[in-house]
Design a protein around this ligand. Sequence first.
Ligand code: G3H
Ligand code: 13P
Ligand code: ZN
Length: 311
Amino acid sequence: MPLVTTKEMFKKAYEGGYAIGAFNVNNMEIIQGIVQAGQKLNAPLILQVSAGARKYANHTYLTKLVEAAVIETGLPIALHLDHGPNFETCKSCIDGGFTSVMIDGSHFPYEENVELTKKVVAYAHAHGVTVEGELGQLSGIEDDVNVSEEDASYTKPEQVEDFVTRTGVDSLAIAIGTSHGAFKFKPGQKPQLRFDILEEVSRRLPNFPIVLHGASSVVPEFVKQINEFGGALDDAIGIPEEMLREAAKMAVCKINIDSDLRLAMTAAVRKYLAENPKHFDPRQYLAPARSAIEAMVMHKIETVLGCAGKA
Ligand code: G3H
Ligand code: 13P
Ligand code: ZN
């Protein structure tokens, strides 16, 4: 099976009350860890590449690694551009084999977001590629964009029908209280998601796939392990997994997870090197890092996404 778009995946996910995991990939071990988990649990996958990942690892290397994952596993896998910053980057990914792109115009004024998204949709659809748009702004850091808490804003439900109709997007990322990175809430602050906004958005957009960014839970076990072996992530707090599971049963069909993979991988490397100070073969510490990614993705599929057996 070649790479797939998100169209069929989202239709099934919406009807089945589950979500697909969209995992960020930056190198071979991350890709292998994710797809090994998908294979063990027979789960569909979205592998997503940010502009930063393209800069770090190179478009062709990442595309070929993902194509290798499809050949090796036979799983339905979509290759997606995460937070496409402009038309040119989206076009380059569409021309270069991606099956799905996000155009993130959320930080532009509304009309500019509509125009930019519409332009990307026209090009993408002419090439059989699906498009994710975004309304509302999450706080946190993605690439070089750093959105402060004051500038973050919830999605306005009264804008969603107009945005989706005028742009023709296939899915919509919304802001309901998630945020990028490992420090999503202040110490002592109670994690909360605006389920009322999600409900109102899905009432206005029946059968339409919604996307949640910034959905890592900052799994305490890995934070503890990082801190135990020389790290300093005491204040890291994520979104409780049961809240995300709830969202996945609703209109949320795609849940973006990057930070949890980073934490799992870093925890494994820190532990290995601390326990084996004389080892220096990268394969020795990258193998447990890859296994940690696999375990994390299996955990997400079973606990948060509910997409085991849906490939
Ligand atoms: O939302 C952003 C993702 O976590 C990707 O992060 O831009 O550092 O690759 P990055
Ligand atoms: P996290 O930082 O919560 O993993 O979010 C990742 C994300 O939204 C990628 O687009
Ligand atoms: Zn994101």
